[in-house]
Write a protein that binds this ligand. Structure first.
Ligand code: GLN
Length: 309
């Protein structure tokens, strides 16, 4: 049996000289202020044990990782009907690319690129005022993490509202193809607030534990989704979770995962554990540089890759 705490400690120690590598996202002014010299890693096993190292208790902006939680909510609302609004194929392009959207008549490739996530937010908004949709997501994430202290950082949401020109372009484009039912400002209001969820590595690993445990959180007993749905969300994370870096992440790490420009990566070792890592410096495709390296080390040392040890 692997001594997980020793594995986490060794990863932290070996990466210590490299902490600060990569480039903090600066297109959202509030995120540009984050100190790059931080690194946290948390592993929660399906038997409920928590292993932390570094800044695992420091809240950070989870950004696109929120797309996993919003997708779970949308599937709960409309089921497989969701796939009329968004595809399930890897995009091979940047998270905020607009080119494909025109070629494919306003139907985004998958729910994890920005356009796809904006369409998913629109689905969750049905029958709600925007504020209620945000409230529903926040309640859901608190319930998943079993932690009422999870919050949304309004400064980050405001900062992105003021500068999210590309997301406005994507949303307007989709609306022109009638793939958004609500006004662009409202949908993006929800989307920017979901991205501004602020969580620690430990909270994030706990919130995503249901995906490692056939849809139920074994520590709280909460049944969240069916085993089949958990499996399918994991499949989407594996193929689409890192934009045009998804193939590379599968090659090096071999776990379903979802990244965010706040420098977080959430990953799942099915049947074993959920994992959250955070290091704000990003690589060229906008994924946490050291986060990906840490996960590669973790997968190698535990044999957790879904492709075999
Ligand atoms: N809120 C960010 C954006 O829309 C999320 C992108 C990301 O984390 N990759 O640009």
């Amino acid at each position: 049996m692997t001594n997980l705490q020793a594995v986490l400690d060794s990863i932290h120690k070996e990466l210590a000289p490299r902490i600060g590598e990569g480039k903090v996202a600066d297109y959202i002014p509030e995120l540009a202020k984050i100190d790059a010299n931080q690194f946290g890693l948390s592993v929660v096993t399906v038997d409920g044990k928590v292993y932390n190292v570094g800044h695992a208790d420091v809240p950070f902006s989870i950004q696109s990782i929120s797309k996993v939680f919003m997708l779970t909510l949308a599937l709960g609302k409309v089921g497989e009907g969701l796939w009329k609004r968004v595809g399930r194929e890897p995009s091979g392009s940047a998270f905020n690319s607009i080119v494909q959207l025109e070629q494919e008549q306003g139907i985004p490739r998958n729910p994890f690129i920005n356009a796809g996530a904006i369409a998913v937010s629109d689905v969750v908004m049905a029958g709600h005022a925007p504020r209620e949709a945000i409230g529903e997501l926040l309640r859901f994430v608190r319930y998943l993490a079993d932690d009422e202290s999870v919050t949304i950082d309004d400064r980050v949401a405001k900062s992105e509202t003021q500068t999210g020109y590309r997301n406005f372009a994507l949303a307007n484009f989709m609306r022109s193809y009638r793939n958004l039912d609500h006004p662009v400002e409202h949908v993006l209001g929800v989307y920017f607030h979901q991205c501004a969820l602020s969580m620690t590595c430990e909270q994030l690993a706990k919130a995503g534990l249901f995906l490692a445990a056939r849809g139920s959180n074994p520590t709280t007993g909460h049944s969240v989704v069916s085993p089949k749905r958990a499996r399918r969300i994991n499949a989407l994370m594996l193929t689409c979770g890192h934009y045009d870096g998804s193939g590379d992440f599968a090659y090096h790490v071999g776990l379903p995962g979802k990244s965010g420009v706040g420098g977080g990566i959430f990953a799942v070792a099915p049947g074993i554990a959920s994992i959250a890592v955070w290091s704000p410096g990003l690589n060229k495709v906008g994924n946490s540089q050291l986060g990906a390296v840490a996960l590669e080390m973790l997968a190698a040392r535990t044999g957790w890759s879904v492709f075999g040890d």
